[in-house]
Design a protein. Sequence first.
Length: 377
Amino acid sequence: MAQYSFDRTRKDYAQRWDHMAIPASRLAQIDAMARKIIMHKGRYQAVAQDSGVPWAFIGVLHARESSCDFRGLLHNGERILGTGHKTRLVPKGRGPFTSWEEAARDALALKGFKPGAVVWSLARCLYEGERFNGFGYRMRGVPSAYLWSFSNQYSKGKYVADGKWSAAAVDRQIGIAPLMRRLMVLDPSISFDAPKAMDIGNVMVADGLSAAEIRSVQQRLRDLGYAETGMVDGIWGPRSMAGVAAFQATMQLPVTGRLDAHTAARLSTAGRRPVSVERAGLSARQLRQAGDEVARATAGARIAAMALGVPAVVIGVLDQIQDASSRLSGFAQLGDMPGWLMAVAVLAVAVTLYLLARSGENARLEAVRTGRDAGPA
């Protein structure tokens, strides 16, 4: 329907998303369903590769249609897998299907989805979610329960059966929009919010983009392991173009360094960049030996924490608190504390510093191993 095209409706989706609030009483139920989606990530990814649809979006559709029950078709939730039967609900006559994945691919292909066909911005996900279910709510001037149920954007009105409307009925299922929001909280690697510039087609990203939108592209590239992108600073330059070019090369796309619509679509659904066995098995010691400043600094902090903690243990054991207090003259206000308590306090500080340094070292190592950061030159 032309009157419900994406160009005409995108602002409505964006505004409702910005004003959406989720009642605290609903959070536990929504989060439980979101965790189901995350748990089945692998199955959704298998369908995403063929359809070009983000795996998490497939997940929220499945949650809506059958509460993530893989006996229920993505089309409409019917449980006909392996029965030899075709669908009886809308869309009628689909199948028969022998696996959930086979049926899911059919449901998405029926809507015209294929790799590169859609640029999956946040607004686009909401639009395609409503289109997947139908624009019946919009025709009646009611926010779609399929999207907004369990949020402040929906109150009542529901199709209680195919083509049968009730203005008084209230939807009891979770809408896909609250699920999308909570998914992004529970798993920060999930993002439905591709930059708006991805909709502008075959132009340079720097043309008219805000710094926030550029940061979104840069962060996505880095999260996928394209360290060529450089810093996430909102400034589009040669490093950002190099990151796009590296991504295009990995995806076997034309290497231009430009974020055209096809590259943007692949960027929103791609997995992490493959890394070498050597990089994946890198140790903290090897990273330090290679001259990585962060790894060296965290190692130094761990040594300093140990230097602080070991004497504290010795001092506490030997009960030489007076000597220890004189050495800790900067903490004179603590001088009246019992010896054992002073030792415990110093040890607690040392352990905290050690754990923080170790956490920083592990984070740095993981970033280099995955390619998110290039590591030392």
